[in-house]
Ligand binder design. Sequence first.
Ligand code: AMP
Ligand code: GLY
Length: 434
Amino acid sequence: MKVLVIGKGGREHALVWKLAQSPRVDQVFCAPGNAGTALDGANVGIETKDFDGLIRFAKKETIGLTVVGPEDPLAKGIVDAFQKAGLKIFGPSKAAAQIEASKVFAKKLMRDADVPTAEFRVFDHPDPARLYVQTREYPVVVKADGLAAGKGVLVCSTTEDAMAAIERIMVREEFGLAAGRQIIIEKRLDGQELSVQALVAGRVIVPLAAAQDHKRAFDGDTGPNTGGMGAYSPAPLATPELLQEIESQALVPTVHAMKRRRVPFRGVLYAGVMATNQGTRILEYNCRLGDPETQPLFMRLKTDLFELLEAAVEDRLDDFAEGNLRWDDRPAVCVVMASGGYPGAFSRGKVVLGLDEAAKVPDVKVFHAGTKRDSNNLTITDGGRVLGVTALGDTLAAAKRKAYEAAAKIHFQGAFYRKDIGDRALQSGEGDAP
Ligand code: AMP
Ligand code: GLY
């Protein structure tokens, strides 16, 4: 069987690497891929938005299953287009991808389905939005409705911040006209964040191991929000009781509500969760795997990923229900190495050295994200997040040590990474349990 992965980030490298391990898979292609997916699979020079080109390729190569990494092509209907062409593809339809692509859709769905989420209001004009924030007695978060490459959420401390956020999203349209036509203003919550992902097909929900991401750019959770600077799995915060609560109070009612609205969800449903003093709240849903959460998750996954995704596409996901997934008990830690300046402006084309040395550290896999090969066959940087250095260890502390030992062997001009991935779990004392 030949498989095609769509995308070019660290998540997609992890998908290619894991799918290539399946005895059922002969070859994994990645479009457009990065320098790492070219090593574990084969890259195809077709952009993710070129649905016709991708469909032509999939037909020519008799691709048996296509797996979509990022949200953009999902929100634009790549799954509908492939299915119309008679091709098997894993991911939600355009209509179902709204759960991520429209925050208004997601919040209204959560309200209707009684899913615990931050109190909110929807606005389609700046004046009532301004009046609303002036009359709140608590800090708020202002969110652009549409996709904004992870940047359309502005966490505010003061009324002035919130007024400025409304200005940026609705008046200056910094995140695009469509994304900012409507906004959500919601209560700002405090607590620890958790990424809970599940495979969904029909009514069947198969939760994956939980992970914790580190969204801020710098140590101690300071600096601007990023796509994610590192992750670990399992997350000690995610007790079986908490996961059970998230499944029964959020995932199940959400999946059922989507089915009732005739937009059944098939794919990965990712709940961004915040554990607050008042209980668990869902901050957002994503319609795809997390990046970098996928990297430590797939280091630990022992179940054949191809069989799992094929089962979801063929409506046989209940074969894997009731805890039928197999995981390595050892924790995994992923440290993201980024280009200087990220998440702001950064330069590309820096030569990456030390990858072979890093790969020699036992139980380490260096997943590529923003990398490519240049004409001299050197690996060069080509994005903000460049690598996800991921390690397994007998304890979280051991996994962390190995990931940092490997990261220290890798160099490129301007490289930076957080030094405290996993520390919160270690400090809580739970992360180092054998
Ligand atoms: P979202 O895309 O909605 O998950 O928002 C991105 C990030 O913004 C989240 O991962 C949180 O760190 C933060 N965030 C979103 N909503 C809230 C909220 N109600 N309170 C505090 N932080 C939030
Ligand atoms: N790491 C956060 C995300 O994938 O949305």
